[in-house]
Design a protein around this ligand. Structure first.
Ligand SMILES: [Zn+2]
Length: 268
């Protein structure tokens, strides 16, 4: 599932692929992929989606893409698109079996939005409104901004995944960052202070940068859930295997409905 590194990779790829080109054609294969608001519901597709999308992307040169947490805003002059990837969405240059819409560019190339589960989509908006929507309700960005102080009795992993506290971390990268920091995912967030907080800030930063470096090795996005994709992470889906740091078996438990992998040996 895309988290901050995958969204950052998407923003860099689309910015690079569209630089110096214009959108000359729009092909909406699934009208549910153009939404009136940022939502996971495919039924929320807007009936006039293709016409609205054309007005946004054919009018002006594509600008760079802004990212905050897991949200992306792609500027087209005074207009913009919010890009929502949901759980399985991705932007690619190669045709993909689940392509929902395509943008044809002036150099003959095309950019495709593919999404198997269609929880993602694009939301046409103005650039000004988009800037508000980009950060509305979100905490600081987990890659560019310092880890804020953590409060309350909720487990630290649950708080790390709370986008209003810190934006961009999901289940996988929150667990791996806690492992890097040697912190028990069940510890109350308010106990993560001082040197523990410093270690967690480093763990988050190193985890996100390492994940981005791995993505950068490929031209197109690869998700760890994709069939046949490599799993480069020390904990993710490795229950029972030895921890690469201390050798203890990696354990897992459910936390707020999600599987948490951890090491009892070095996350005490
Ligand atoms: Zn360990």
């Amino acid at each position: 599932m895309p988290e901050l590194p995958e969204l950052e990779f998407c923003s860099r790829s689309l910015t690079r692929w569209s630089a110096g080109r214009r959108v000359t054609g729009v092909e909406v294969r699934d009208p549910r992929s153009v939404r009136a608001s940022r939502t996971d519901r495919p039924t929320a597709g807007r009936p006039d989606g293709e016409a609205v999308l054309r007005r946004v992307v054919l009018e002006a040169e594509p600008g760079p893409i802004l990212r905050h947490g897991k949200r992306l805003l792609w500027r087209f002059g005074t207009q913009a698109l919010l890009l929502h990837l949901g759980m399985t969405g991705r932007w690619t240059r190669k045709e993909h079996p689940h392509t929902r819409l395509s943008l044809h560019l002036s150099d003959g190339s095309a950019l495709h939005f593919a999404d198997a589960r269609l929880l993602g989509g694009v939301v046409p908006t103005t650039h000004l409104a988009g800037l508000g929507l980009l950060t509305e309700g979100l905490g600081p960005d987990a890659l560019r901004e310092p880890l804020p102080p953590l409060h309350g009795r909720r487990p630290v992993k649950v708080v790390l995944m709370d986008q209003t506290v810190i934006a961009g971390l999901g289940n996988l990268h929150a667990a791996e960052a806690l492992w890097r920091a040697g912190i028990d995912p069940r510890l109350a967030a308010e106990s993560v202070t001082g040197t523990r907080h410093d270690a967690l800030a480093r763990g988050v930063s190193e985890q996100l940068r390492a994940a981005l470096d791995l993505l950068d090795q490929d031209e197109e996005i690869v998700y760890v859930e994709d069939r046949g994709a490599p799993n480069p992470f020390p904990l993710y889906q490795r229950g029972g295997q030895p921890c690469p740091r201390c050798g203890a078996p990696i354990g897992k438990f459910t936390q707020a409905g999600r599987t948490t992998w951890w090491c009892a040996g070095c996350q005490g």
